[in-house]
Design a protein around this ligand. Structure first.
Ligand code: HEM
Ligand code: HEM
Length: 258
């Protein structure tokens, strides 16, 4: 049941809507709070256990890679995906929400690109080969598809040129490819974390479970939990933003005190 603005069923049952929204809102806030803490962990990693950050071709430049990619490509992209599904935003106009969704995705893209520049510059400065690992193959593929998704998103859903049937036809593909790239990015991050721990924990080794290993394993676990939460919210029909005509009816009936 594609609508011009998206897909999915009408919300129905306006009676319990307010309570449902309160519950969903509280759950959303709780999740957001937990996630804000989660995205600080890469900073703890690079400052407490690693060399810190700078832009000098050394390991401290490499460290921008995990910090920016987890903050931008995982965390901000995740929030961008579920902004339409936060019940307290349902009273905002669809156009505003599109700007927020597109804007957050653009920020994520910029941070991902800067993080790529950091790791390539680090490799070049040290004469380490580029693009040899599975991590780098999957990661770069995800970045390329993400930029395609961003470009098509702007062209089809934000600019006023695409006709409504085209928008409706492309929306399920937009959602599918968006969620697939997001899941791929989480998998890429897990591979990167594992590589980095194996490369850099020498004495004691990764296999001796030093505190850094346990800490960063937990960071990886949190990335999986974050991803699972985002995919959950993005796939439940009751979190779906009500289609525009239903929102108008609901607002009118509430004004009348019904
Ligand atoms: C989640 C999104 C990520 C993407 C898209 C991504 C992408 C990439 C790419 C394209 C390279 C190749 C750079 C080159 O060959 O010069 C690379 C290298 C690397 N990344 Fe990531 N990365 C991600 C996350 C992470 C994370 C969270 C870590 C954890 C520290 C990490 C650790 C590494 C390491 C150690 C290398 C160098 C070894 C190699 O080339 O595989 N990456 N990454
Ligand atoms: C790489 C960037 C992007 C990604 C990863 C992405 C991903 C997604 C995902 C996963 C959804 C489903 C969300 C849901 O069902 O609630 C979605 C919905 C949507 N996206 Fe994007 N998107 C991107 C860029 C854009 C851009 C630039 C626009 C332009 C405004 C856009 C417009 C929309 C619209 C209109 C919806 C439907 C919202 C609804 O069903 O209420 N997207 N996007």
């Amino acid at each position: 049941s594609a609508t011009p603005e998206g897909r999915g069923p009408a919300p129905g049952r306006a009676g319990g809507a307010r309570r449902l929204r309160a519950i969903l809102g509280a759950a959303g806030l709780g999740a957001a709070g937990r996630l804000r803490v989660g995205h600080l962990l890469p900073l703890v990693w690079v400052f407490h256990y690693r060399e810190g950050l700078s832009w000098d071709g050394g390991p401290r430049e490499f460290n921008w890679h995990p910090v920016l990619v987890i903050t931008g490509f995982v965390f901000i992209q995740g929030i961008a995906i579920i902004v339409y599904r936060l019940p307290w935003t349902w009273k905002c106009s669809k156009l505003l929400m599109k700007f927020i969704h597109a804007g957050l995705n653009t920020i994520a893209m910029i941070l991902a690109i800067v993080s790529m520049v950091a790791v390539f510059e680090y490799h070049n400065a040290r004469n380490i080969p580029n693009m040899y690992s599975l991590h780098s193959w999957i990661g770069l593929t995800a970045v390329i598809f993400y930029s395609l998704q961003l470009f098509l998103g702007f062209a089809v859903f934000l600019l006023p040129f695409a006709p409504v049937p085209l928008r409706a036809a492309l929306m399920p593909i937009h959602v599918y490819s968006g969620l697939t790239v997001f899941a791929t990015v989480i998998a890429t991050a897990l591979m990167g974390i594992t590589e980095k721990l194996i490369f850099s924990l020498k004495n004691p080794a990764y296999s001796a479970s030093p505190p850094e290993a346990t800490f960063v394993n937990c960071l990886g676990l949190l990335l999986v939990i974050f991803g699972a939460l985002i995919l959950w919210m993005a796939s439940r029909s009751h979190w779906k933003r009500p289609p525009e005509e239903n929102r108008r009816l609901l607002a009118a009936s509430q004004k009348k005190g019904a």
